[in-house]
Every structure is written in C-alpha cells, then in structure tokens.
Write a protein that binds this ligand. Structure first.
Ligand code: DUC
Ligand code: ZN
Ligand code: ZN
Length: 465
C-alpha cells in the first residue's frame, strides 16, 4: 500500500539527478518516476533535493575513554537525534571489546545500550583490542549475525593491536567475509614524539598536532595495506587526512587490492591554523587524531574525493565538552580527550564546500555520504539507495537556504562546534526513516528507541567501490 508521495523534487542519487516523484509504502520505496499519485499524504518538494538518507559509518556515541575516565558527551538518543537533524538516517558506531572479553558479549552489551535509545537505524563495528583464540573463533559468528566490520587501532595505548595480531585477524576476516576498518598511525613514532614534547615542557594543546605528523600516518597506512595484501583481506582506512596518505591507497588500488578509504569534513574544511598557539587552550577544541593538516595538504585532499581515490566521507563524531572534558588536559596535552563533534554538520558542510563550491557533483556528494558507505559496509541497496524495495530513508534539502553554524542551534550535547560562524546550506527540511517523517522544518518528531539494527551482509571484496 502506498501511503506517502514526495512530489516535484529533484531526485539525486549516486547515478542520476532529475525531477521526479518518490512513492513510499510500508516503509519502503515503491516507485520513483513522474506523474505518480497517491490517496495518502503528499509532501511538496518543489525546489528541493530528494536524496537517500545520509549514512555515517564513523560515530562514537556514549563511547568510553577509560584512561581519562570520560565518555563522549552524546548518548545514543541525543546523538542520533542530532544526526537526524543533519539528515543522517543510519549510523555505524562501535562496540568496544574489553581486554579478555568475548566479542559476542561486547556485541550484546552494546546492543543493550543502543536499542532503547536510537531514533535512527544503526549497526556497529567491533573494536578488537585482544586478538586471542576465542576472539578469532568468534569472528565468523559476528559476520553471520550481521556485524561484518572490525575496527583496529594501530596506536592508542591499550587499544593498540600489534602487527602480528593484526595479520592473524586479517586472515580470519578474509576467510569469513569480514572487513577491517583501520586507524593508522605509527605507535612508536607517536609515543616517541609525545615524550620528546613533554620532556621539553611543551605541554600545550598545539603540541598534539606536532606529535602526529603526516609521515606517522602514512607509514602505518602503508603497513596496514601491505599486511592486508599478505592476508588477502579487504580493508577500509579510516579518516585519511592528506593526499600523501591517500597515495598509498592509490598504489594498492592500481594493483587491484581491495582497499577503500574514508575522510571526514574536518580534514577538508579546516586547516592547521586551528592549532596556532595564539589560540591559547581553546586549541584543544580541535584536538583529534590524526590531527588536522596544513592548508596545502587540505587542498590536495579535495582532489582525492573529487577523483574517486577516497570513497566515503564520515564524521568521526567524537564529542567532548570543552569545559570539564577537554580542559582536563590543561598542562598536559595527552590528557585532552581526542575528537570533534560532527554528526549533524557533515552533510551541510560537504554540500556547501563540495557541491556549492563546484568541487564535486551532486551525485558524487550522495555517493560519498550515503551510497558508498552502504556498499562498503554491507548494507547496499537496502540502505544508501532509492531503489524500489529499499528502506525509505530519505532526506530532503533546500539547496538555497543558508544557515550560520552556531553551537547553540545544533543538537549535540557538546558545548561548542568547531565550525562556529561558518555559513552553510544543505540542512534538511525533512528527514524520513523507513517512510516515517522524523524531522520536519527543524522540529524532531522521532520516538526514542524507534531505530532498528541493520542486518548487514558479508563483505564481498569484489563489490567494494
Ligand atoms: N580519533 C579517533 O580515531 N577516534 C575518535 C576521535 C579521534 O580523534
Ligand atoms: Zn580512529
Ligand atoms: Zn573514530
């Protein structure tokens, strides 16, 4: 039964763009075409763009940093609501294995935290911190239960997985239809550079960036690619910050290796002037790992999203309050929780700086923020498309309406935005999840806990974008 018609909008998908109607029934896409009719509700989308809902595969909601005794500022209700305001209809967050913990137990614990709260559909990557015979045995079960992606940190204290364990895990993923999602920085180099700064009394937040320069990221990225080649495993490199790093992916892809890469708005919109020591301790607002790079690297990074070298743009939403969370790192930058908020601003920023500035086409924008994330992480075409039978996750944006970003108007619990004062377009006028309107004209009408877990399928290396 058709119950909702979006009429007269410009439908933008990863493949095409044109005036069209979208008919929705039973929470699914029923038909896309011209002159469609319904007895049900009609939404007039004249002058607006109608697209598959945004998919953010890199969020850290209600995420603990045990070392610092803090959690990210957004729980699954507040964070997913903020996402819905920003046109996000699916997230992939993380389930964190404690050392010695069963991966399946970590999965079930995390499901218990998300299910009662999320307003949009969700899944998570399993962060493997302890590669042991039990966790290796559980990989296949996790993949079959709809969780085929596994995050590995090549640095980050006790979360770090060493090369030998990484290789063992990659082999198991290759054998079971799994995908590794990697945080690549050379742990020895980071540790050494941090110690050097601290021993010299260089403790301010600006030294965070100089302890994690581009070669540190590039080396680990190349090592991850090589180990994946040894294991014959598909991998996705998280948060690529620069073209220098992306060139390692380019070489691997040219050899036919199944390697895909992600970047994030902060690496495309900001540059390392945010770490100017004249900014005082407020520089801590921009402390994330890997750090934001120099302006010439930022410009070069744009070319990688333009020419297809990187395949997806996620937020890496890791919101920590400036007051009382970031400020705990006064006098020692290693105690500043790493991360920036961004779940709500990802689509408008990429629309403004990508599409409006003529760097990427509207279809490429959809591909980078919705369709490719679904393809990479085993959800396509049920998510990330407007194909008949797909979930009716739809975002409608007014391409002309401009908004000045201000922390007070955004919906994350965090007390600042790194994008304060920027003028952007592309905020949704409406967000629909499985055919249900959940945000309309800046008002959310989404029930807590209405989101559902997405049943993701095994990763076929041959189908990666
Ligand atoms: N870096 C990450 O890898 N994750 C969360 C935030 C950050 O800065
Ligand atoms: Zn990371
Ligand atoms: Zn992250």
């Amino acid at each position: 039964m058709a119950d909702l018609l979006i009429r007269g909008g410009t439908v933008v998908t990863a493949d095409s763009m044109g005036l069209s109607d979208v008919l929705i029934g039973g929470g699914k896409i029923v038909q896309v075409g011209n002159g469609l009719e319904t007895d049900g509700t009609v939404i007039d989308a004249t002058g607006q763009w109608v697209m598959p809902g945004g998919i953010d595969t890199h969020t850290h909601l209600d995420h603990p940093i045990e070392r610092l005794g803090v959690r990210t500022a957004d729980d699954f209700y507040v964070g997913t609501l903020a996402g819905a305001y920003g046109g996000v209809t699916t997230i992939i967050d993380f389930s964190l294995q404690a050392r010695g913990e069963s991966l399946l137990k970590a999965r079930d614990r995390r499901l218990g935290e998300i299910q009662p709260n999320s307003v949009i559909d969700y899944s998570f990557h399993t962060i493997v911190t302890d590669v042991n015979p039990e966790s290796i045995r559980e990989v296949g079960t996790l993949v079959e239960s709809g969780f085929p992606s596994f995050k590995v940190y090549m640095t980050y204290g006790d979360k770090k997985v060493g090369d030998g364990d990484l290789l063992i895990l990659l082999e198991e993923l290759a054998a079971n239809g799994g995908l590794a999602y990697l945080h690549c920085e050379n742990d020895c180099a980071v540790t050494h550079l941090i110690e050097k700064h601290i021993s010299r009394g260089e403790t301010g937040p600006a030294f965070h960036a100089s302890s994690r320069p581009v070669p540190v990221e590039a080396e680990a990225t190349n090592r991850a690619i090589m180990l994946a080649e040894v294991a014959g495993a598909p991998i996705c490199i998280a948060h690529v910050t620069s073209k220098t790093v992306a060139e390692h992916l380019e070489k691997a892809r040219n050899r036919g290796q199944p390697v895909v890469g992600e970047t994030c708005p902060q690496y495309l919109v900001l540059n390392d002037s945010v770490y100017d020591p004249d900014g005082g301790f407020e520089v801590a607002k921009f402390v994330c790992s890997p750090p934001i790079r120099a302006a010439d690297q930022v410009e070069a990074l744009w070319s990688t999203v333009e020419d297809g070298l990187l395949q997806q743009i996620s937020s890496d939403h890791a919101p920590f309050h400036y007051q009382d969370q970031k400020t705990e790192g006064r006098g020692n930058f290693t105690r500043i929780p790493n991360g920036l908020p961004g779940i709500e601003t990802r689509l408008p920023l990429m629309f403004t700086y990508g599409v409006k500035e003529g760097r990427i086409s509207p279809s490429r924008f959809v591909e980078l923020t919705s369709t490719n994330p679904a393809r990479i992480f085993g959800m396509y075409p049920n998510k990330g498309s407007l194909e008949v039978g797909a979930d009716a996750d739809v975002v409608i944006i007014d391409p002309e309406k401009q908004v000045e970003l201000d922390a007070g108007c955004l919906h994350s619990a965090v007390d600042y935005t790194p994008y304060q004062g920027l003028k952007v377009s592309g905020f949704p006028t409406m967000t629909l999840s499985r055919g249900e309107v959940i945000v309309q004209n800046g008002e959310a009408v989404a029930a807590k806990g209405r989101g559902r877990v997405v049943q993701r399928h095994r990763i076929d290396p041959g189908s990666l974008p």
